[in-house]
Design a binder for this molecule. Structure first.
Ligand SMILES: [Zn+2]
Length: 449
């Protein structure tokens, strides 16, 4: 399986071309021709002997300083699970990610394919958070009659960051993506496209409030200014980028505040600040990310992605437009530095790096706001013989308290996938020995390839 799309006129193109500076124009021409055409495009997946049709959707985006029409391609609502795990239109079975940790209705797929999410804190500035963050992990425990882990009634900023990453397919990797992941403009476009298909409770399009900060993105600063102006006093802005620093600073009259620095922000004239508490709060919630940010830039094993929800002020200083943002909330996510695939621990980072080196294709199912007890694999290989993908589990603890939990997972995978049909590594007992990965299915054998 691949990301090749066949259009009604017989032409073929790759969805990944949209993230390739040399190919993006050709891709957009293909989509423009297919938009509204009688015969729909399709991917290479087969379902009951038929190709799965796709839809071409139109949106606007800023490109080289101009507002241009841009097209993207989407699956039909409700068909995410019918696509092969290695197909870009495949939707990770929610039962195999932390999305299963939400109560029903927190993430809803609408008839037009948009996702509607119920956020803990709305985007309107006068909306306050429903549940204090400290209470969230256990709230709703009693409401969950089915037993097991408690479910979340609202999505936090971390859940939203995971949703954006998943919808932009930045939690997947295959060797042919190569260096495209390092092209920030392409990453920004994938995330903005994903955000354009997500609405919040008040019918607010997430894409209208999202601004991204990153290296070498010639349209980035203008987009940030435009989004900041449109937020005004009414809406919160969502700032997303690679975080470079989170430091405690001394303000006027000796009041401290936290300053959040994004990577590649030099040309943005952006200043992001938060209450002094946030340094400690983030260190408690995201220890791996904060430890990395405490190290010199060149020695960090991971990169840290940040989503900051903030009220924003646009000011002028002569000809320069300066943007000041005051954070209401900050969510961090640790990613493997070259692929931007999220990793939740050092052993997961080791596995992800080895998978990339071995030229494997895989998905990283994300936790969202789920309680730690939700069973979902740490990775899923998408290039093996199993059409569901092959789950991979990294056991990071070897103590007695964890043993029952490990046994439960082993039983689950044995039941659902069969013994020896999934992969695991006891990273606590054998920290240096990553077992060999399950074999790749020959490309010629793959259904639909
Ligand atoms: Zn497909």
């Amino acid at each position: 399986m691949s990301d090749w799309i066949t259009f009604g006129n017989g032409r073929r193109g790759r969805r990944s071309w949209d993230m390739d500076p040399r190919m993006v124009e050709r891709w957009q021409r293909l989509l423009a021709a297919a938009h509204g055409a009688d015969r729909r495009p399709h991917c290479d997946c087969l379902h009951e002997g038929h190709h799965l049709e796709l839809v071409v959707r139109r949106a606007e985006r800023l490109q080289a300083g101009r507002q241009v029409e841009a097209y993207h391609i989407a699956r039909f609502p409700g068909q995410g699970a019918l696509h092969h795990p290695s197909c870009p239109f495949h939707e990770t079975d929610v039962r195999r990610s932390g999305r299963s940790g939400y109560e029903e209705g927190v993430v809803r797929e609408m008839a037009n394919g948009d996702l509607r999410v119920a956020l803990r804190r709305g985007l309107r500035i006068r909306d306050r958070a429903d549940v204090p963050p400290a209470v969230a992990p256990t709230a709703g425990a009693a409401a969950n009659g089915a037993g097991g882990a408690p479910r979340q009634a609202r999505m936090t900023e971390l859940g939203l960051l995971h949703l954006l990453w998943e919808q932009a397919r930045l939690n997947t990797w295959s060797p042919d993506i190569g260096r495209r992941r390092r092209w920030w403009t392409g990453v920004r476009q994938a995330l903005v496209t994903a955000a354009g298909d997500i609405t919040t409770g008040r019918n607010q399009l997430l894409g209208d409030r999202l601004a991204m900060v990153g290296y070498g993105d010639e349209d980035g600063p203008a987009l940030l200014r435009r989004t900041a102006r449109s937020c005004g006093d009414t809406w919160r802005i969502l700032l997303l980028g690679v975080v470079d620093s989170i430091t405690l600073r001394r303000g006027r009259q000796d009041t401290g505040f936290v300053s959040i620095g994004f990577d590649g922000a030099a040309g943005y004239d952006l200043r992001v600040s938060a209450h002094a508490d946030w340094k400690q709060r983030l260190a408690r919630r995201f220890p791996m990310a904060m430890t990395a940010l405490g190290q010199p830039r060149g020695t960090r094993a991971i990169r840290v992605i940040g989503l900051v929800t903030a009220t924003v002020r646009v000011g002028c200083d002569g000809d320069r437009v300066r943007i000041g943002a005051w954070a209401d909330d900050v969510a961090l996510m640790e990613v493997e530095p070259d692929t931007l695939v999220p990793v939740a621990s050092a052993p997961e980072l080791a596995v992800a790096s080895d998978l990339v080196k071995a030229r494997r294709a895989f998905i990283k199912p994300l936790r969202f706001d789920a309680h730690r007890d939700v069973v979902h694999p740490d990775f899923v290989l998408t290039d093996t013989a199993d059409p569901r993908g092959t789950p991979m589990e990294v056991f990071g603890r070897d103590d007695e308290a964890y043993a029952a939990r490990r046994q439960e997972k082993i039983r689950y995978y044995n039941d659902v996938y069969g013994q020896n049909e999934w992969w695991c590594w006891n990273a606590a007992a054998a920290p240096r020995n990553i077992p060999p990965f399950p074999p790749v299915l020959d490309r010629g054998d793959r259904p639909g390839a």
